[in-house]
Design a protein around this ligand. Structure first.
Ligand code: GLU
Length: 178
């Protein structure tokens, strides 16, 4: 089982998200990552690592505490699509790094969706089903974050949980469960 944590608020998000990941470590996972940004869009942090949360922590270089408002997402992964590699670790993003996604579960129609996107010259960097979600967000990007998410979700088959960030709207997190 894998886990998602999301945070929006005025505290330093990194220790909070790391603490969340650590609390559920005993349940088993193979890699972990996080993405945070401040709502003024000045600072971003994107780190991922295979192995334990302690390995993720060893990659941290962070001096963002004085900023007042943040959003962030974190994930510990148990691989279903794609090997245990850093490139397959969540959060995933689209090619333009506008949308960041963490995802638990499986997108059953990912192969069909991925083939269609590749026919439209979309280039994938990972082997995951999750990256298909990020690619679809890019394909249907608009100025209406919620509408874009709704369009994309209607294309996905399966049981899953998602939390999505649109870096154009850094005061908002969208979560979804089916
Ligand atoms: N299917 C996704 C992957 O393989 C999510 C796996 C999970 O639930 O951790 O990356």
């Amino acid at each position: 089982m894998c886990w998602i944590f999301a945070y929006k608020g005025g505290k330093n998000p990194v220790p909070l998200l790391i603490h969340g990941l650590e609390k559920l470590e005993y349940r088993g996972y193979d890699s972990a990552g996080l993405f945070v940004m401040d709502t003024n869009n000045w600072l971003e942090l994107y780190i991922r690592s295979t192995g334990k949360v302690s390995q993720l922590i060893s990659k941290l270089e962070w001096a963002g505490e004085s900023i007042k408002q943040w959003i962030g997402i974190a994930h510990s992964r148990r691989a279903t699509h794609g090997g245990i590699k850093e490139v397959n670790t969540h959060p995933h993003h689209d090619i333009n790094k506008r949308y960041y996604v963490v995802h638990n579960g499986v997108i059953e129609d990912y192969h069909k969706l991925k083939t269609e996107l590749e026919k439209n010259w979309y280039q994938f960097y990972s082997e995951t089903d999750t990256e298909v979600i990020a690619a679809l967000l890019d394909m249907y990007k608009s100025d209406d974050f919620l509408k874009t998410v709704e369009i994309v979700i209607n294309k996905l088959v399966g049981a899953f949980w998602l939390v999505i960030i649109d870096t154009k709207y850094p005061d908002t997190l969208i979560g979804f469960r089916r």
